[in-house]
Ligand binder design. Structure first.
Ligand code: SD4
Length: 294
């Protein structure tokens, strides 16, 4: 029996995001609209300091955003290194729907967003500016595992019609180098889906997901019959193998969520501390702790 609709999203802020997504899904709406509306809650929330408005800036004090979206026809849209736009996920959707391309970056992405009617805004809040100034004192680049337990938002949904969509949006690693782009806007790394199989998305240190084509691999494993959780675990193990003898391992965290065509979902991460929010027809919206390797 296929369980649907289902929505699953990363971290504590996934709870609020699921509520908005669910309003669409439960009324027979499509997964694409659900994931966009869902992740916009985190983008708009200044207290979520790893996504959209209020996101921590890079080491030059600039808030630069990455996001992507993908639908059941394998259409996708992405923006990277985008500044001044509060809802990069909606710009990514416009790239998907209004251009012949998949990805726009930097100035070009901003220009496109403005042409599409998005407003230029200051995304660096007082709170994030303060954190940046405190960081500047030592200027240490050390990503902290499970940054206060809220992070990139990745969301996957299966709608009443049995169609999948996914979205991923982030301000990236705090204090990153100016111009750095992570996994979140990279189709196949931060997000991937195949409507015949399932969907997967990631959070954590993006470089690790890019090196392993992480989300695409999770989907391929599910294609061959692996459960969502086991598929996530296998890719986390590959990442561990790559990093196990490196000094980066000490602060490495990665987590995947996955949802298959039957509405079965699962997650796996490298270390404890990762959680995700799930709502299904038979289960209230709730947080679940990710299983972990170390
Ligand atoms: C990135 N995966 O830019 C994103 C951000 C994140 O923990 O999830 N950081 O690498």
């Amino acid at each position: 029996e296929i369980i649907k609709p289902v929505v699953i999203s990363t971290w504590n802020h996934g709870l609020e995001a699921n509520i908005e997504a669910w309003k669409i899904l439960v009324n027979g709406g499509n997964a694409l609209d659900a994931v966009e509306v869902g992740v916009k809650t985190a983008e708009a929330n200044p207290n979520v300091q790893t996504v959209g408005l209020g996101g921590f800036p890079d080491r030059e004090g600039k808030v630069t955003l990455d996001a992507c979206i993908m639908d059941h026809h394998s259409n996708c849209g992405s923006v990277a290194f985008l500044q001044h736009i509060k809802h990069p996920i909606s710009v990514a959707r416009k790239v998907m729907e209004e251009t012949p391309h998949v990805m726009l970056v930097g100035e070009g992405a901003l220009q496109f967003a403005l042409e599409q009617g998005f407003k230029k805004e200051n995304l660096l809040t007082k709170k994030s500016k303060k954190a940046y100034e405190a960081w500047l004192q030592n200027s240490n680049y050390k990503p902290i595992i499970n940054i206060e337990n809220h992070d990139t938002i990745s969301m996957l949904a299966l709608d009443e019609n049995g169609n999948l969509s996914g979205a991923c949006t982030t301000s990236g690693a705090s204090w990153k180098m100016h111009g750095r782009v992570g996994d979140s806007p990279i189709i196949g790394a931060g997000l991937f889906l195949d409507n015949d199989v399932g969907a997967a998305a990631a959070t954590g240190m993006g470089e690790a997901m890019i090196k392993t084509a992480g989300s695409a691999m999770v989907v391929e494993l599910m294609r061959h019959g692996t459960s969502p959780e086991d598929a996530c675990r296998e890719v986390v193990e590959r990442i561990y193998t790559i990093y196990q003898n490196t000094s980066d391992l000490e602060w490495l965290q990665v987590g995947f969520i996955a949802l298959n065509k039957n509405g079965e979902y699962g997650s796996y991460c490298l270390r404890p501390g990762f959680n995700y929010a799930v709502q299904t027809k038979s289960m209230e919206n709730q947080l679940i702790n990710g299983k972990y390797l170390l």
